[in-house]
Design a protein around this ligand. Sequence first.
Ligand SMILES: *[C@@H]1O[C@H](CO)[C@@H](O)[C@H](O)[C@H]1NC(C)=O
Ligand SMILES: *[C@@H]1O[C@H](CO)[C@@H](O)[C@H](O)[C@H]1NC(C)=O
Ligand SMILES: *[C@@H]1O[C@H](CO)[C@@H](O)[C@H](O)[C@H]1NC(C)=O
Ligand SMILES: *[C@@H]1O[C@H](CO)[C@@H](O)[C@H](O)[C@H]1NC(C)=O
Ligand SMILES: *[C@@H]1O[C@H](CO)[C@@H](O)[C@H](O)[C@H]1NC(C)=O
Length: 742
Amino acid sequence: MTRAFSFLLGLTLLALANFGKVLAVFDDEVDSIDWHLDNIGNYEFVLSTVVEDGSDQLVIVSSLGDKSLLSWVNSTDGKVLDRLPLDIQALNAATSSHNELILVNEDGARIIVDLLTGSEVPNRIESIDSDILSPCRPDMSLIQLAGKKLKVLDQNKEQVVFLHELPEDFKEVVFFNSHDDGDFDIIISTDSQKFHFLRVADYRLSQSWTRDESVANIKAFAFVSAKDSSSARLFAEISQEESLNFIEAYAYRVRQNVQRLTSYLAGKNFSVGSIVKELLLGEDDEVTSLQKDISFGFMKYLIVATDKGKILNLDARSGKKIWSIDTHLEDILKLEATSFDTELLVITKSGTSLTFEISIIEKEPFLLSKSKLPANSFVEPFADGDFVYLELEDHSKMVLNRSRKASEDSFLLYHDETQLSSHLYKNEALEETWRIYLDGEEKILAFCERDQSPVVSLGSILGNRTVLYKYLYPYLAAYITGDSTTNIMTVRIIDIATGELVHSVSHNDTVDLTSSINLVVGENWVVYTYFSNDPLPEQKIGVIELYESLTPNVRLSSGSSAADPLSNVLRPEVVQKAYMYPETIKNLALTKTKFGITIRSVVLELENGQITSLPKFILNARRIEESLMSADDKKEFLNSPYVSAIPVSDFTILTHHRRVLSGPNSHLISVPTNLESTSIVCSLGHDLFCTKVTPSSQFDKLKPSFQKGQLISTVVGLFVLCFFIRPMVDTKKLKTKWLVKS
Ligand SMILES: *[C@@H]1O[C@H](CO)[C@@H](O)[C@H](O)[C@H]1NC(C)=O
Ligand SMILES: *[C@@H]1O[C@H](CO)[C@@H](O)[C@H](O)[C@H]1NC(C)=O
Ligand SMILES: *[C@@H]1O[C@H](CO)[C@@H](O)[C@H](O)[C@H]1NC(C)=O
Ligand SMILES: *[C@@H]1O[C@H](CO)[C@@H](O)[C@H](O)[C@H]1NC(C)=O
Ligand SMILES: *[C@@H]1O[C@H](CO)[C@@H](O)[C@H](O)[C@H]1NC(C)=O
């Protein structure tokens, strides 16, 4: 009887456990974890083209860095359909009768693009001049601008057929296209880089949209975390408890928790139904999910400065604009959130420096102070922005003191193409410690200081349970130089306290010094990328790893004291490897997480507009060919045989289907969140793109759709089971004692 009952109960539990939603294997989260502002830029030439299905599209010529960009835009809603970066800077544009766009640069070189396919057409120089029908400039003969009004005249220029109120900061008419049936399209631009499209049918406005192109060409950025009021309350409670004795503190905590429970119940109107529903279905309402984003540290504000001097605050989760201010400073070098994220410091190349109050981050900030510094070429705030290191145009250096606190001793590094120098800032005096000049044709192409994230493991554990101790000396930097006469590239790792060379590697495989050369320095390793032409044109990734000793279990540093930069004599032993990569790499970054436990990944921005990530264990300098691997080597965690070519894995493309055109001098960055597993990665330049990456998957976060119901029903089931089984066990024990047979 009881057996039958437990069986039934078991069945019920099983059924309950399987009751619930079916989870797809691939949860496509594209638009919920990332966002992309696909900018066009300033519309230089606009034309319209009719595509196969009879609908019309706009083709816009704008700039991407110092080259031209061609964009196809849906004229119904203003969405970008496709973009094509070109190899020339177009000064002039015209269309031919073959539905082709002809772009001419300063030297008269031209490119012909088929507007339907977007492909380049071979140059038919002889026949071009006769082909040219219309230059891509709006025909203004039917347009009159009077005051703040735009008037469109009829073909005979007698009557005004359309009247439009212009925006306050109207700049110009960039496009006017009148159709055969008398309808026409107009695009007007404003000083604030907004482009308004108007379609007029039957002399009436039938359609309009506006594209905001002002959030483009990011020069500087800063991240500000949302303040978590609940954690502030917890801190207050804990510090209150510390001042009480044990009993009082316990009573205080119980009281606080009871209060929290009652306010929770009151919030649910004491309705058991809604509490159970929330527990079982677990769909977060807006307030709860916002609170989660804040406590997980996803809720960050991304403050960016554009090349037009606009400063914007964006919600880093969605790219939504929160506020924007116009400083009209076109040479902003640095933005820095200082004084515990309550002030925003803006520094420009010409020396103007502004401080804004941003303690209420959702509200438009106000100017606290404005000051004039000497014109400078390099700015680096340090010590939470209390001090700013400046390199002036005459190469003298100064430190701007913004606080009343004394500074800690800091090493300040400066580099340009031909020199590297280090200063020690101590007792408000700047003292040069060392300087390296490069001679001849050698130039510095990349520079990176060691990442100062926390280090969690002191060594790499090998397959036979021995340890290789990592070289974790923190004052390291690396730089890459290239010699344009020999095309030899040299990677040097230096000690920033003394300027001493720690290690150097040269590559003489005909390095292309004009392509992007990048470098990141992690805890005990350096990863760098370059393009070489020998023996075949190929993208290469080099890895250098530094160990205290390459003999396992040998530790030379003392574990108890922190490394002293002035008396460090320990030199690392080095392993290095090179890999090949199938795509050209434009930019590199390192994922940063709060505690550094998550596997480090290198984020690669590719020349083709994709962003992908590569876990560091793939870029391992100790990988060896399979035939040389011992059985113990194969046991090492995440170790795999050396294969020179690293493939691009579709699963690691962070941009999915998107194409990010970041332009030259863009920023690729990673910022940690409060969740150890998750890091925010952004590419800021012509386009803006942000996403969340989880290099070791989301080990510390359950999905909102996590099967709470099953878990709760299992726990309840177990309770019920215990409730029935316990009397049975007791009876059995009793019977055994009395030697009664059951
Ligand atoms: C253009 O936008 C309209 C409205 O959003 C849409 O219906 C149409 O399919 C779009 N056209 C293209 C080519 O995407
Ligand atoms: C509780 O009641 C108030 C007022 O009656 C209502 O506005 C609120 O939405 C209710 N809350 C819930 C969780 O049902
Ligand atoms: C610079 O820092 C010192 C602390 O050592 C402080 O006394 C001084 O007031 C600061 N100067 C300014 C201009 O704030
Ligand atoms: C452990 O493995 C490493 C690397 O394969 C080797 O150098 C070392 O001698 C091995 N140690 C022992 C005790 O087997
Ligand atoms: C590159 O350097 C290596 C080692 O120094 C040398 O053997 C090789 O000939 C050099 N190759 C070229 C192309 O200079």
